[in-house]
Design a protein around this ligand. Structure first.
Ligand SMILES: Nc1nc2c(c(=O)[nH]1)N[C@H]1C(S)=C(S)[C@@H](COP(=O)(O)O)O[C@H]1N2
Ligand SMILES: [Mo]
Length: 527
């Protein structure tokens, strides 16, 4: 049975009720999110429905997409994810409102499904307990109730007439409609305030933060040598990266809050005896300090996902020596409070390099986003296979038994840092005056050492640059070269660094699966 439409006059169907129902859906969605965030103050930041769904999305993201996100948005990738998630949720909430107006059960099922996804995502987080689904469940109930109450107050549609189609266009809104809009705005406001208060309370001045503020780190048994004068070349970025400018890369949508008072490091697996280390025991041990340059495997040639700092911590080999790895072990899988894992060759943690369970950065406790209270730092390896932040567990194991977070997503299981160099002076696209031109930058070959840096102009021969003072084999090294008699015109400069094995490769490689390669180049105009 079909309705004959051919002969029907062109009357417009009243759209307004759908629009208003969509608004009601949006407001109810805001209430769901806000109430969820408030409940998450009690149950923990990673149980917040938005955070939990975002985290599940991050974990399900294939390596190439993560790589593309970091390439496109750098360290703003989390913000972009949050905004995208909010837009998708808003659209679904509006659809649920419209559906519920026509058939309550359809709208309600959609809302419950969304809530169910969030509850499930929260229960999957490794750092949440039995109450993990609570914020999503309570938020969903509050959202459903809001939607129902708002839809009950939906003003009746103005009857369409053929002569003047559509509802009242101008003049004051009828009282029913005004009340509805006010209530909808109120619900939306409650939701937004709840979300903001919840988020601030969950990540703000809580246990870990307060503990950090009250902390004083012990002095190292072996302090780092102060860097020799002359490590810094004028115009090049700071040799010691200020913590506030230090790149941040991790999968955590909210910074894990780990209270040192309850922190434990569990060392287990292929060991003769399991070891459990408390914060007090860690601080009472002989701590050492070392300058180490940390680099991200996602750093493109010439990029900024690399930084150098002075770390304070306990050598990992001291902890492993207490546990005594068995002869068949070849890897340590470190695990963080929020479930991230990294696979580090056992050898890199037991040889004489300064592989640390770090508690300090730049003479202060680790900033929360850089792993407070304890993280790993291993010279010579990319962060994704070594630098676990908020670390709570070391499982001594074998590469052929388990694989770590990024290895499961297509990245190499081992990640030695590739020798690299970049040009920082002059800036990209710069115009310089003909004559002698200073070219300068940074090079790194952690734990092997930069032995030489060379610069090439166009297709000319490689020229040796001057190396700045050496701050240690695990730190990057700055360099400077004077380009004699630069001639007017457009030129391309390239740089390459040498480690003890020879020059870095000039063959370009993508960041996947084990780090970018190729020469950093600079287009410059000489006038
Ligand atoms: N818990 C945790 N630790 C982590 C990561 C992570 O996602 N979670 N990312 C690693 C990666 S890929 C890098 S490059 C370094 C970055 O450390 P930073 O943010 O202190 O610079 O942390 C490593 N440690
Ligand atoms: Mo990384």
């Amino acid at each position: 049975m079909t309705t004959p439409t051919v002969a029907a006059p062109r009357t417009r169907r009243p759209r307004t009720p759908d629009l208003l129902a969509g608004l009601a859906g949006l407001a109810a969605g805001a209430v769901t999110v806000g109430v969820g965030a408030l409940v998450a103050i009690v149950t923990g930041p990673s149980t917040d429905p938005l955070v939990a769904v975002g985290a599940a999305f991050v974990d399900a993201t294939p390596g190439w997409l993560k790589d593309a996100a970091v390439a496109a948005f750098g360290t703003a990738d989390k913000l972009v994810l949050g905004v995208g998630e909010a837009l998708v949720l808003a659209a679904l909430a509006a659809v649920a409102g419209v559906a519920a107006r026509r058939r309550w059960s359809v709208g309600a099922v959609l809302v419950v499904l969304l809530g169910g996804v969030a509850a499930f995502a929260a229960s999957l987080r490794p750092d949440t307990g039995a109450l993990a689904p609570a914020p999503a469940v309570v938020g969903t109930v509050a959202g459903l109730w809001t939607l129902r109450e708002l839809l009950r107050r939906l003003p009746p549609a103005a009857p369409p007439t053929a002569a003047a189609p559509g509802p009242v266009a101008d003049g004051p809104a009828p009282p029913g409609r005004r009340t509805f809009l006010r209530l909808t705005a109120l619900a939306a406001a409650v939701g937004v305030v709840g979300a903001v208060v919840g988020r601030v309370a969950a990540t703000g001045a809580r246990g870990a933060q307060a503990a950090r503020a009250a902390l004083r780190l012990p002095s190292p048994a072996r302090p780092a040598p102060s860097p020799p004068s002359g490590v810094q070349v004028a115009g090049v970025g700071p040799w010691a990266t200020p913590p506030a400018d230090f790149y941040r890369i991790d999968t955590a949508l909210v910074v894990p809050q780990v209270d040192p008072a309850t922190w434990r490091l569990r060392v287990h697996g292929l060991v003769e005896r399991e070891v459990e280390l408390t914060w007090d025991e860690l601080l009472a041990s002989d701590l050492v300090e070392a300058w180490v340059t940390l680099a991200c495997v996602s750093n493109p040639v010439g990029g900024g996902l690399v930084g150098n700092q002075r770390w304070l911590g306990l050598p990992v080999r001291d902890v492993l020596a207490r546990a005594v790895p068995t002869a068949d072990a070849d890897m340590v899988l470190s695990r963080s409070a929020d479930g991230f894992t990294a696979s580090t060759p056992l050898e890199a943690l037991t040889d004489d390099r300064d592989a640390l369970l770090a508690v300090g950065m730049d003479g202060a406790p680790l900033p929360p986003e850089h792993g407070f209270p304890v993280r790993m730092v291993v010279p010579g390896l990319y962060g994704y296979v070594s630098a676990t932040k908020w670390v709570t567990e070391l499982e001594v194991t074998r590469f052929d038994r388990v694989s770590a977070y990024w290895t499961q997503r297509g990245w190499s299981e081992r990640g030695p840092v590739k020798t690299q160099s970049r040009i920082e002076v002059p800036r990209t696209g710069a115009t310089v005056a003909a004559g002698d031109v200073v070219v300068a930058g940074t090079a790194w070959a952690q734990h092997r050492g930069v032995e030489r840096v060379q610069v090439r102009v166009d297709d000319g021969a490689w020229q040796d640059a001057d190396l700045a003072a050496d701050g240690g084999v695990d730190s990057w090294r700055q360099w400077r070269w004077t380009w004699p008699d630069a001639a007017p015109g457009d030129h391309v400069l390239a740089v390459r660094a040498w480690d003890p094995d020879g020059p870095q490769t000039g063959v370009p490689a993508d960041v996947v699966p084990d780090g970018a390669a190729g020469y950093d180049t600079l287009d410059v105009t000489v006038t």
